[in-house]
Design a protein. Structure first.
Length: 331
């Protein structure tokens, strides 16, 4: 069964093939928590959210005219303001659900497992909620309808709708803000498509993304860092959709749609002021502690570009105090 709800896709190309791979989703292990339970915090008010957005707005760049192969040149989207988001989602999601879950799907190398763990940690810092990693599910006994062989005759692809509907939604815990399936296998969403980086439901709180096309994280420190950046971008993007955030058309933003890897690489990891406002509001996550947690993460991993941005954002929200030096007697 395919979702009758709205589905958002991150990437688009063309279709082909049929597949030979299998998966057994009958066994699972208890979830592994990646952090302490979320402490009780004061949720930012609407006035505080709007004030913070105005403070960091100068750090963000307006959307430029898309190239011919870019997302907005091929998909006409209206975008979504913070006010429109509030109108559609009158109740904060943090008032109903408490935990995010990462569901490993299929086989991973040791380096890919590290990538997965670092992504789970980042999601907790980005959205301000505890993240639990569920026990891995193997790709044995996957139904024929849920797989195909790509046109190269070598690469097996897994159908996203099967993973979203038959696997993730069926296993979604009651307290789940979102369940994110992560796989190293290539994905495709159905007839007429070549592949997708990821896909999520705007209403069912489930999503899936693949690290298959992000490069080789075992090739060295720089390649690992590139793979990590790409993985983090898709993780926060698909989670944003699961929180009801539409594609952004106003700014260069982590919620921009993406048609190809080069376009995705150009886009920032952080959300724009409008999309951050939605996150702060619905997750009950104050901007300043969020920026500090994200800066701490990037400094530990050498993600200098992102770290510089969050350092500037901290200064915009909490300007450094300038101490006045006492005048000398000669003045």
């Amino acid at each position: 069964m395919i979702f009758d709800s709205v589905i958002r896709v991150l990437s688009l190309i063309v279709a082909a093939g049929g597949v030979h791979l299998t998966a057994d989703f009958s066994r699972s292990e208890p979830p592994i928590a990646t952090g302490k339970p979320r402490p009780q915090i004061v949720k930012p008010t609407e006035v505080e959210v709007r004030s913070a957005a105005d403070a960091v707005r100068p750090l963000h760049v307006k959307m430029e005219k898309p190239g011919p192969s870019d997302w907005l040149a091929n998909h006409k989207e209206a975008g979504q303001t913070f006010a429109q988001y509030q109108q559609r989602h009158k109740q904060r999601i943090c008032n109903r659900f408490q935990t995010m879950y990462v569901q490993p799907l299929g086989a991973f190398t040791e380096t890919q497992k590290k990538l997965r763990e670092e992504t789970a940690e980042f999601l907790g810092r980005f959205y301000g909620m505890p993240v639990k990693t569920l026990g891995p599910l193997s790709f044995e006994n996957l139904p024929e309808r849920a797989q195909r062989l790509r046109s190269d005759g070598e690469t097996t692809q897994v159908l996203t709708h099967y993973l979203l509907d038959d696997v993730l939604r069926a296993r979604r815990p009651k307290d789940a803000v979102a369940v994110l399936g992560l796989t190293a296998s290539d994905l495709w969403p159905g007839e007429g498509w070549n592949f997708v980086f990821g896909q999520a439901s705007l209403t069912e709180r489930v999503g899936v993304w693949s690290i298959h096309r992000y490069g080789n994280p075992d090739a060295g420190e720089d390649e690992y860092k590139l793979c990590l950046r790409r993985t983090l971008k898709v993780a926060v993007h698909e989670t944003g959709h699961m929180l009801g955030i539409d594609h952004c058309t106003a700014y260069q933003c982590g919620m921009n749609g993406s048609n190809h890897l080069a376009e995705s690489d150009r886009q920032p990891l952080e959300f724009c002021p409008e999309c951050q406002s939605k996150l702060w509001w619905t997750c009950g996550y104050a901007p300043l502690p969020r920026y500090r947690k994200l800066l701490e993460y990037t400094e530990a991993r050498g993600l200098d570009e992102e770290g510089a941005h969050w350092r500037q954002a901290i200064d915009k929200i909490d300007p450094p105090k300038v101490s006045r030096q006492p005048k000398s007697k000669s003045e």
